[in-house]
Design a protein around this ligand. Structure first.
Ligand code: FES
Ligand code: FES
Length: 156
């Protein structure tokens, strides 16, 4: 199998095709930004993009990523290694408390903003409807995703 993660190609033995994507990212590639919140597909902390679509990595096997491009939170970077504009928007809007849900929230928001730079608040709420946050509340998170749209215009 060949899996591209954040622009780097990885050759993976076919014997591992039924291994879980989340564990592989965290344990083999040391990409621990993707969180394991529930491990049963409910919390959304493990969301990554596979060919641009948000997917729960705890519910995906390596064979589901074969030949595809996976993007994790580590793959988002601003200019010169600074925070990505969407990450900065979360900081600026006070959308982060414990932070555990945030990588998944940001990847779900990023997937939406790639498709639609200026979504409505309802569209944002729908995009993050599978991401649970136990401490910040959702208003600031929606604010953050909404406020980042202009940066996606600039990078288009
Ligand atoms: S860890 Fe995957 S949905 Fe919770
Ligand atoms: S910031 Fe703590 S769970 Fe969302």
């Amino acid at each position: 199998m060949e899996i591209t993660v954040n622009g780097t190609k990885h050759i993976v033995d076919d014997s591992r095709q039924d291994d879980e994507l989340l564990n592989w990212l965290r344990e083999d590639l040391n990409l621990t930004g993707t969180k394991n919140g529930c491990h049963v597909g409910i919390c959304g902390a493990c969301v990554v993009l596979i060919d641009g679509k948000p997917m729960r990595a705890c519910r995906r096997l390596l064979k589901h990523a074969d030949g595809k491009e996976v993007t994790t939170i580590e793959g988002l970077k601003g200019k010169d290694g600074a925070l990505h504009p969407l990450q900065q928007a979360f900081v600026d809007c006070g959308a982060v408390q414990c932070g555990y849900c945030i990588p998944g929230m940001i990847m779900s928001g990023h997937a939406l903003l790639l498709q639609n730079h200026h979504p409505s608040r309802d569209e944002i709420r729908k995009a993050i409807s599978n991401n649970l946050c136990r401490c910040t509340g959702y208003v600031q998170i929606v604010d953050a995703i909404e406020s980042a749209g202009n940066a996606y215009d600039e990078n288009a």
